[in-house]
Design a protein around this ligand. Sequence first.
Ligand SMILES: Cc1cc2nc3c(=O)[nH]c(=O)nc-3n(C[C@H](O)[C@H](O)[C@H](O)COP(=O)(O)OP(=O)(O)OC[C@H]3O[C@@H](n4cnc5c(N)ncnc54)[C@H](O)[C@@H]3O)c2cc1C
Length: 457
Amino acid sequence: MHDVIIVGAGPAGIFASLKFASRPDLKILLLDMGPDIGERRCPSRDGGVVCARCESCSLASGWGGAGAFSDGKITLSPEIGGWLSDILGRERVESLISESDKIWLRFGSPTKVYGDDQDAAELISRKAKLAELELKTNKLRHLGTDLCRKILADMRAHLDGSIEVRTRTKVSKILAEGGVARGVQLSDGTILEARAVLAAPGRIGAEWLGEESRRLGIGLTRNPVDIGVRAEVPAEVLSPLTDALYEPKLKYVSKRFDDYVRTFCVNPHGEVITECYDGVVTVNGHSFEFKRTANTNFAILVSTAFTEPFKEPIAYGKYVARLANLLSGGIIVQRLGDLVQGRRSTAERVKRSIVTPTLKNATPGDLSFILPYRILSNIVEMLKAIDKLAPGVFSKHTLLYGVEAKFYSSRVNTGKNLETSVKNLFVAGDGAGLTRGLSQAAACGLAAAENVMKRLA
Ligand SMILES: Cc1cc2nc3c(=O)[nH]c(=O)nc-3n(C[C@H](O)[C@H](O)[C@H](O)COP(=O)(O)OP(=O)(O)OC[C@H]3O[C@@H](n4cnc5c(N)ncnc54)[C@H](O)[C@@H]3O)c2cc1C
């Protein structure tokens, strides 16, 4: 019998564990279906295949969760990276982010804060408004994938001995009796009992957690589904924005459809990479602290909130991404110039672009066969708007990779203490649809652990 079983060793599960570690009297077990941090290798990173479709995607699964290959932008603002303020209130989230920031710093996060220059932010914000864009200012630290991974490995070493960790261990069911959580069942049928369960399965486990919630009678609220592309431009094109802000968060309301379109996860001098969810290959991006490419990449995502009767936004996102996989074997890359001219990109045309693709295995093709007209039209409109702020974005050379999709669209209903309607079952992080970034996921883990400890007391 354990006191607490945590499902998922991403930032939410790890920061919860760091909090629990202050209570040596508690018996804590942390389970993750992926490998330990030192064993995490993505075959696509060694070239050759665009995605090897491993049983559990090493990029999203294992100690560190999606954080281990993330760009390590630690957002310090409660408005960015999730919906935690809706549940806990802005002030509480601010204080949790500050607590988690101190932990990141203790483990070696750089002290430099980007986005602190108010004058530069105001100037960019004014220019953005003239281009019909809204700039969300945001203070952040940047770890880069290399440092982020090291910090997560150091946290693993720090926790060794104070909590039990089992990797390559998949939870298939959350067990409850009489409306009270009593443990989990593993995929091999083993039953592990606990007084409380904290489910933090990340985006890769969002669909599973949604299914488990339905089975246990826990309510779900739908978040919008985010679908789009990753754009790649010469780093110089965005440097007027990225030098000052690192990550310019721009929002646009499209003319044709009145939809929200936004930039997400900007990676100056970064790389475009793939990730795999349940056999579906999607695109993402990151950058390093100690290595720079000539390009900057960023996602342009369109948020869609489905209304009745459709209840499966994650399935919709996967369906669209699967179409790109079907036509290309993985990811499609297209020059913006080809998209605008209504023709596919070929290897020859991509070679003529002044942007050398950092994702080597993408197939040149035509995104208009993949993305619904509404999404594509929104993306093209927003690229034109950004071009007014950073000339060169709407260039024929700009590369677009598809599909990028964010699977955190079902929010598990909880009380203010992050407990579900099943007593002693708590949730945290991206998988529960509460957060969508490292900082809020970590803050959410801290809050959940605190609430679990209160309950167990
Ligand atoms: C390439 C990339 C770049 C990113 N860059 C940034 C960035 O710069 N800044 C930022 O704020 N965010 C970034 N993110 C997002 C960030 O990584 C996530 O928001 C964060 O990791 C979420 O933390 P989490 O703990 O909720 O979930 P995750 O980190 O996704 O961890 C969940 C863990 O749960 C495990 N799990 C799932 N289901 C089960 C199960 N049934 N049984 C056992 N284990 C299970 C998974 O294996 C996984 O290890 C990036 C993500 C990626 C992929």
